[in-house]
Design a binder for this molecule. Structure first.
Ligand SMILES: Cc1cc2nc3c(=O)[nH]c(=O)nc-3n(C[C@H](O)[C@H](O)[C@H](O)COP(=O)(O)O)c2cc1C
Length: 327
């Protein structure tokens, strides 16, 4: 059987399939269930310094085979309350990546210290939520701010830092490069794609907030294109996200340059059992393709060896380096 184990920015994972932030992972029990079902690790809901109730309903609308439209407004219990949930998830053995959001470098750093104190194995910075005023992609679309935020967090904690970047920009690879310059240990790509649905009977947007973010099948090609471009632009590992619902979807991301992947919207049908299904299918598909280890095929579709020597280096030994340019 093919070897699915992977090292992500110094964190060993039993397989590359991670629970994406915000969709299933709000409680410790739900994160533990994802791990028990076969996930390699979990990412928490994005947590802020204070509790937030988010936007009024409707906040989520299924769009049939296209995917899911949402504008939740980053509801979360705040960092004072959340460590208890992380404790439950950790007790299951799951490697937990703590997702955080804030508005400015100093706030990010303070929150990162709090999150690091909960025993998470890494941090993911939400620089990409497309619909929260003053947060997410509003600040994460500017490469200089991305660099400053990442630098402040990296200086504040002794954990691998993943920068989750937005696809809602002309140059996602430029944002990834900025995060790498700031010292990020990995890039997560992508968050949802800015989107809108209109209720023609009511003549107004479907979601209470108006604009939202699209996730699910329709965004897979967008996520793949971002991962492809980012792989050409940075040396740090990439976590591919967007529309993954099968082993072959995960393989597409692997071959485009992702060292690990996250799964969100696809869980809304089968639930977390999907992790077990995809992990099993992935091992047989790799066998059928003659690939012994998941890690050895990172970025193979680029037609040259992956920068695996660099990407496998333990996070704390690596220094931000000169980005490799696209050929
Ligand atoms: C309802 C919902 C809530 C989400 N909440 C968060 C969040 O709190 N933080 C975050 O970084 N991403 C959040 N996301 C984005 C997902 O983590 C993921 O990047 C996106 O949905 C694309 O992956 P998918 O197509 O597999 O769902 C959310 C997505 C959805 C649909």
């Amino acid at each position: 059987m093919a070897d699915l184990t992977v090292e992500l920015a110094g964190v060993p994972l039993r397989n590359p399939l991670l629970l994406a932030s915000g969709i299933w992972g709000e409680t410790g029990a739900s994160m533990a269930a994802a791990y028990a079902a076969g996930a390699g690790g979990v990412v928490t809901k994005s947590i802020g310094a204070e509790p937030r109730s988010g936007y009024p309903n409707p906040t989520v609308e299924p769009l049939g085979p296209v995917g899911l439209l949402n504008a939740m407004g980053l509801p979360n219990p705040g960092i004072d309350e959340y460590p208890a949930e992380i404790e439950v998830a950790r007790a299951s053995g799951a490697p937990v990546i703590g997702s955080i959001f804030a508005a400015a470098p100093r706030e990010f750093a303070a929150l990162a210290r709090r999150m690091a104190g909960t025993g998470v194995v890494a941090l993911e910075l939400n620089l990409s939520c497309p619909h929260a005023h003053g947060y997410g992609s509003e600040i994460g679309s500017d490469p200089r701010r991305v660099e400053r935020i990442v630098r402040s967090v990296v200086a504040a904690v002794d954990l691998p830092v993943l920068a989750k970047i937005t696809p809602n920009t002309a140059d996602p690879a430029g944002l990834a490069r900025a995060a790498e310059r700031g010292g990020a240990h990995a890039i997560s790509a992508i968050n949802t794609v800015r989107a809108l649905g209109i209720d023609v009977t009511l003549a107004r947007p479907i979601l209470a907030h108006g604009l939202g973010g699209l996730s699910g099948p329709a965004i897979k090609p967008v996520g793949l294109a971002c991962v492809w471009q980012i792989f050409e632009a940075v040396r740090i590992p990439i976590v591919g996200i967007g529309g993954i619902a099968s082993a072959d979807d995960a393989l597409e991301y692997l071959l485009a340059g992702a060292r690990a992947v996250q799964i969100g919207t696809a869980l809304s049908g089968p639930g977390v059992a999907l992790f077990g299904t995809i992990a099993r299918d992935l091992a047989s598909r790799l066998d059928a393709l003659g690939i012994d280890r998941w890690e050895e095929a990172v970025g193979r579709a680029h037609g040259r060896p992956p920068s695996s020597a660099v990407q496998q280096a333990p996070a704390r030994l690596r220094r931000p380096s000169k980005p490799r340019r696209a050929p």
